[in-house]
Every structure is written in structure tokens, then in C-alpha cells.
Design a protein around this ligand. Sequence first.
Ligand code: UDP
Ligand code: MG
Length: 309
Amino acid sequence: MKLLSVIVPCYNEEENVPYFYEELKKQEAFFHDKDVELEIIYVDDGSKDGTVAEVRRLHEQDERVHLVSFSRNFGKEAGIYAGLSKSKGDFAVLMDADLQDPPALLPEMYSYLEQGYDAVATRRVSRKGEPPIRSFFARMFYRLMRKISKTEIVDGARDYRLMTRQVVDAILSMREYNRFTKGIFGWVGFQTKWLEYENIERVKGETKWSFWKLFLYSLEGIMAFSTAPLAIASVLGVLFCFLALVLILVIVVRTLIFGDPTSGWPSMVCIISLLGGVQLLCIGIVGQYLSKTYMEVKRRPIYLVKEEL
Ligand code: UDP
Ligand code: MG
């Protein structure tokens, strides 16, 4: 008998917790035939609604339902880590509570593991039901990431992923505090089969990601998996030094030929503020990396557990 761990990060999903359970149960027969048992790990990410109560109720009915409840909201990335740590399965799958990751895809995903793949990942090929600006910036982000990072980060990739214990252990071995899961999946590698499907809108409740939150998350991704911004700072520095040298030459020659009429204060002020701005920008970039390094060096736990079932 093999065990499949289903990991569901939940933040204020009281309506979706039981609904997800019912939907997942529909796949039970398939896995039963394959001699695979299921365990469901709901990770409560500091929800303020009745999510924990719902999971507790399910746990009383069905002992295969487990709970990890955080002391506060640590973010989905931490939830994924906690779920994977608690999982005992020979395989593990990450799924959203809002059924945007259709459980009906599980049998097909499992069949690829049987064929010898280490992981089966999913990406959505459309972004219907999403505000157009959000899709636009998402596309820009992936295009930029492909250019500046060596780690493969796939456009439209979801966290819906089925993997073997070997891959789970590889992900768990990455104990970094600033967790950009999409990058971590790419970084660990292994044979991955990609499945595509159309975007599905969440069944109940609202998305937990505001545009601003997504924007900050994308910066996190860039900094976690690329040091290109640091290189940009040095390139800018070199560029401006070169420009200054040329300008000095021009001014010296002009003064020698035409004399010095002491002009150019406005242009001077412009140049000083431009250079001041560039310097601040570069210090800011260095500061961002430094702050990330600072958080890593503290070695704080990725999450704190309040209750476990
Ligand atoms: N989630 C979480 N912690 C958070 C935000 C979200 O555990 O701080 C969970 C959420 O409950 C859901 C999944 O992550 O199960 C995906 O969130 P959501 O549906 O809001 O994101 P979207 O699908 O809109 O990208
Ligand atoms: Mg969702």
C-alpha cells in the first residue's frame, strides 16, 4: 500500500475546506484501485474565520484528515513547506483550497509518475477571469525572469504539483527563509512532466492576492533567483564614469578654443540630481539584497505551529 499526501494551504477558506474534501473524495476510487491511500493535510495559515473548526470537524469524521495550524499568517510559501514537512506519503501533491486546481486531473498526473517521471507540474494556458492589467504584468514578469535568471521559471505555472518523496525531500532541504516556490521547483530539477489546462475561477471566497502583494512577491522572486539587479548597478556606474570622462574632455577642449563664459548652471543641477538619483537607486538595490541576507542569517523558523492534528 502506497500513501499519497494531499497538501492544501488555507487562508480564510472555511467555505472551501469541506467542499474540497467532497471533491477530492470523488478521486478516491481511482487511487483505491491503484493500491494508493490518501491523506489530506490542511495547513491553516493563520485564518481569522472558521477554517480550523471546519478541519477539526473533518478530522473527527475521517482520521486521514490532518491539520497544521500556524500562530499567524506566514504566507502560502510557508504553508507549502509545513505541509511537505508533515507529509508521510510516498507521493505528495500541492493543491489550492479553492478548487482552482481540479482534482479530476489527479489520475492523469499519477499515470505519469507510473511512467517514471519524478514530478508532474501544471500550467494554465489562459488567464480568463483575471483583470487584464494583472495578466499583462504577470507576462512581463515571466519574460524578465527568463532573461535574468538561470533557474527555469515557467509562465502560468501553478503550484499544483504531484511529486515523489525524492523531490519532496529535495525541496525540504532548501531551508531558505525567503521562499519563492516557483523558483525552488525549477532549481531542484528532476524529470518533470508539464500538463496544461484552462484557467478555472475560484469557487467561493475571494483571492488573497492584491495587485500590490503580487508585485512585492515578484520582486522577491527576482531577488531570490537572480543577482542581475546588482550587476545592473555596476554597469550603470561604469557607463556614467565613461560619460563623465567624455564630457570633461569636451569642456576642456571647448574652454581652450572658445574661452570660459561661465555658463551652464541649470545643466549642472540636472546632472547632479540625475547622478544622485542613480546612486540612491543602486544603494537601494544593494540594500534590498542586504535585507534579504539579513533575514536569512537570522535563521528564523519558516513558520510557527499553534496546533496540529
Ligand atoms: N493562501 C495561504 N496563505 C496566504 C494566501 C493564500 O495559504 O497568505 C492559500 C489560499 O487559501 C489558497 C491558495 O493559497 O488555498 C491560493 O490562494 P488564492 O486562491 O487566493 O490565490 P490565486 O489562486 O488567486 O493566485
Ligand atoms: Mg485561487
